[in-house]
Each structure stands twice: as C-alpha cells, then as structure tokens.
Design a protein around this ligand. Structure first.
Ligand code: BES
Ligand code: MN
Ligand code: ZN
Length: 501
C-alpha cells in the first residue's frame, strides 16, 4: 500500500512540531487553543492575509514561511469560510486534503490544530480531516525507479499530528475510518496497476489476501464456471491467454443466518474491445476497466477490517477482453447462466456480459437483501454526467434514495437515471432473447436495462462509474489516476442502514 502519511493525535496543549496548520474563518478569527499557540503571530497572519488577498474562504490556504515569533518553520492558515456551522463532513475531508497537499519532501512533520473559530472540532470532523490527509497523500509510484530526494521508497513520508480536545476519543473514532481509507487505497492500487501485472488470476490472488481479515474467499476457475453455465462471462474471456475467474467474498459480521447485502463488480482487467477493437488513442486507460471489482475488494477490506456488524458478500467477474483466433465474434450467440440467450453485436459491450452471469449467480445462490453493482460500463455515462456523478439505475426507490444520501454525505455522488420497459425493444434480437447493444441513443440506459434482466426480483442498483473510477481530474483528496470511487459511498450505505446494533 502506498501510504505516505502517518496520522497521530496529541492534545491541544502539546508543543507543535514541524509545519503548523491553523483554521480561521472569514473574519480571520481563530479558536481559543489556536490563538494561544499563535500568540503574537496572529497579528502576522492579518498582515500576510492582507498582502496576499487571503480572505478565509473555505479551503483557501495562506502559507507563511519563517513566521516571526513562532518556532515553526512554516505556518499554514486554512480558511473555513463564513458559516462554520454549515460545514459538512465533506468540507473537513477537503481541509485535510489541502493541509496534506502542503507537505513537501524534506519537511516530515506537521501539526494541525483541529479547531474551528467556535471551538474544538467534533470527533466526526476530526475523523474526516484525518481521512482527507491520508487520501490526498496517496501516490502510486511503485514502478518509478528514480525516486525524488527525501522520498523514502518513492513515497513522501510525513508524520502529521492532529491537536485535538480529547485524544482517546479521537483515536477511537478514527480507528474504523482508517480501515475505510485503507480500503480506498487498496482500490486505487488495483486500478492503477498495469494490466500485464494485474490479470484475472493475479487480481483473484489479491482478493484471496482478504482471508487474513477473516473473509471467506472462494475462487471459481473456468471449469467451475463452465459447470455453472456462465456462458456470457466465459465468452468475453475466451480470446485471452489469461483464464477468467469469478471471486466470491463473504464477510459474516452480522447476525447468524441473516441474508447478506451484496456488491458486484465488473472486473475487465483489460478491455481492448475484442474483435470490435477500440481505436488506439487512450486504449491504455482500459487497464482501469476493473474499477468496479477494485471497489468491491476495497469495500470488503473496509468492512472486515473495521469488523462491521453486517453479513456482506462481494462478487467480482474477472476477465480480459482480447482479439484472438479464439475470441468471440459479432454474431455469436451465447447462453447465460440464467438460460437467457444473447446475440453478440459488438464485442466491446463486454461488461454487461460479465455482470449478467455474476448478478444471476448472486441473485440465485446468495439471495441477498439487495445487490449493488459497480461497473465502468459505458462511455455514454461520461457524456451525460461528466466525472462528478456516477450514473445510478435501480428497481428499488428506497435503495436508490439511501445511495443518493450516502453519496451526498461522502462526496461520492450518484445521479439517478431511468429504467423502463420502453427501452427493452432497443435490445431485442431477431435471433436470440436479446442483443448486447442497443445503438447510439441512451447507451447507458440500454446497458442498465440489459443488466436488469439478470437480477431476478432482487432489490438492485447499478452504478455506472466509467467517469468516476479513473481519469477524473485531480482533487483535494485524490491526486492519483485511480480514485477508489465507491468504497466510502458503500461503506457509508452499510454503516447508515444495514449494521445490527
Ligand atoms: N469499458 C468500456 C466503457 C468505458 C469507456 C469505460 C471509457 C471507461 C472509459 C465498455 O466496455 C465499452 O466499451 N462500452 C462501449 C459500449 C458500446 C460498444 C455499446 C462504449 O461505451 O462505447
Ligand atoms: Mn468494452
Ligand atoms: Zn469495458
């Protein structure tokens, strides 16, 4: 794991070490503990603010070098905006990210006064701040052999102390959240890994490592999948020299015998498009076509590591979509595990074929309370929603509502789009029960409509994460190509609604 900062907690009264970070509002007002640490330097802040047009806007930073009257070599003041009472958890993630972004190789320590002008931050706010710090500092540089100075093993190493009102309470509150951050980092690592390293079997091996946390992991090989009749998934993988895998992960932290919640991920380790081959431009991005599966593994890590009181199943379909003498052709008809037949029109619409069999497997064999699938499914979702929201499709209003709320809380936002029988005729086939593409219009909807045919009567939501899982613009809390999108969203969904007390 490419984790670059170590976060610890100290009392407000401890002497600050390294870079000092303080929060102020638009009146340039500090909290009492911070004002005490700053002493005379508070006046310096006023002068520096005037000189640099710093007005305390939310997330804006004022960077003062060698501040007079302070031991610290640098004082960084971060604005909290006008209405500090209206700040959301997401704002504190951002503040953590902004502070983290100020760390540079060479200055390895930082002390952050976790205090608002009105007083100490709450435990939840401190947790979000600490999470933002770690998320921002993540870097994927495993394959860079020339490291920069001050970067041990390539990653920036920094010790950050959060000065808080109640150290034991902050530590206790951060422990589970730190496992969730680990899950996000794990998902990012998987997305960032090159496709020659992370092929289906190698991915499955990483999932197997979850056994160390008490997760039951079952790996289905090609023979096992043939026996189950997973012809849709196997058709996608048949052109690759790397054999396909399906991995089922079970975490039983809830009541004995209670039906689990389930998460399903598209794991196309590389998507060339197959015989309907993609153009060369940016094809390298298709190493990230397993972002859904990466999220599911990261989420299972988070749930197991924090010992979530829930029964949860993660299921991922791992394939490589390659053109080859043995590859599937446009015109082929495959039989899915459900018995429904599919005419292949475009071998590049492969994700829905993989999910068809994994969704059916989960619906029928696991019988979950609900299932949520995540997939980098369509380019069309980026046309519709850009990189800010994932597309959400659901047959269940309650589940959709809960996902929307969790998205709002975590900043991993979703936007609901329609399903409807009217779209079915777009995927009718003249030779089989359905075809795998529906033409140019409503491309994300016809893909979701296709998936719905494989969920049986299970409450279900599909998240199209093609725009959010990778290649999104750099943000305050993510500087890497892979975002780990969905881990925090779904962990929150579980924590808010499905954990037994
Ligand atoms: N993996 C792609 C979708 C994708 C594109 C994800 C760009 C991330 C970035 C998917 O398998 C695909 O190729 N979809 C096709 C479907 C079409 C052939 C109906 C698409 O979106 O063009
Ligand atoms: Mn494709
Ligand atoms: Zn794909």
């Amino acid at each position: 794991m490419s984790d670059a900062v170590k976060v610890g907690f100290v009392p407000f009264s401890a002497a600050p070490r390294g870079i000092l970070v303080a929060f102020c509002d638009e009146a340039l007002k500090f909290g009492p503990a911070t004002a005490k640490v700053l002493g005379q330097a508070a006046d310096l802040v006023k002068r520096a603010a005037a000189a640099s047009q710093f007005k305390g806007k939310s997330g804006a930073a004022l960077d003062i070098l060698a501040p007079e009257g302070l031991k610290a070599a640098r004082l960084i003041v971060i604005g909290t905006g006008k209405e500090t009472a209206a700040l959301k958890m997401n704002d504190f993630l951002k503040f953590g990210g902004v502070a983290s972004g100020k760390l540079t190789p060479g200055n390895g320590a930082m002390t952050i006064m976790a205090e608002l002008p009105g007083g100490a931050m709450t435990d939840d706010q401190v947790v979000a701040l600490a999470s933002g710090l770690r998320l921002r500092a993540y870097k994927f540089d495993r394959y860079k052999t020339r490291k920069k100075e001050g970067e041990e093993g390539g990653a920036l190493r920094a010790d950050v102390s959060l000065a808080v009102a109640d150290v034991p309470a902050a530590k206790k509150a951060f422990a589970p959240a730190a496992h969730v951050v680990d899950g996000v980092i794990m998902a990012r690592d998987l997305v960032n890994e090159p496709p020659n390293v992370l092929y289906p079997e190698a991915f499955a091996k990483r999932a197997v490592q979850l056994r160390q946390l008490g997760v039951n992991v079952e790996v289905l090989d090609v023979k096992a999948m043939q026996k189950l009749g997973m012809g849709a998934l196997l058709g996608v993988g048949q052109g690759s020299a790397r054999p396909s895998r399906t991995v089922i992960m079970r975490w039983n932290g809830g009541r004995r015998g209670e039906a689990p919640v389930a998460f399903v991920g598209k794991g196309v380790c590389f998507d060339t498009g197959g015989i309907s081959i993609k153009p060369a431009g940016s094809m390298e991005d298709m190493k990230g076509d397993m972002g859904g599966a990466a999220c599911v593994v990261g989420l299972m890590h988070a749930l197991a590591a924090r010992k979530a009181r829930v029964n949860a199943v993660g299921a991922i379909g791992l394939v490589e979509n390659m053109p080859d003498g043995n590859a599937q052709r446009p015109g082929d008809i495959v039989t899915s595990m459900s018995g429904q037949t599919i005419e292949i029109i475009n071998t590049d619409a492969e994700g829905r074929l993989v999910l068809a069999d994994v969704l059916w497997y989960v619906a029928r064999k696991i019988k979950p309370r609900f299932m949520v699938d995540l997939a980098t499914l369509t380019g069309a979702i980026m046309v519709a929603l850009g990189t800010e929201h994932a597309g959400m499709f659901s047959n269940n209003d309650e589940l959709a509502e809960r996902l929307s709320t969790a998205g709002f809380e975590t900043g991993e936002k979703v936007w609901r789009l329609p399903l409807g029988p009217e779209y079915d005729k777009l995927i009718d086939s003249q030779f089989a029960d359905m075809k795998n593409t529906g033409g140019r219009h409503g491309g994300s909807i016809t893909a979701a409509q296709f998936l719905q045919r494989f969920v049986d009567h299970t409450p279900w939501a599909h998240l199209d994460i093609a725009g959010t899982a990778m290649g999104a613009p750099k943000s305050d809390i993510n500087q890497s190509w892979g975002s780990g999108y969905g881990v925090r969203l779904l962990d929150r969904l579980v924590a808010d609604h499905y954990e037994s007390k």
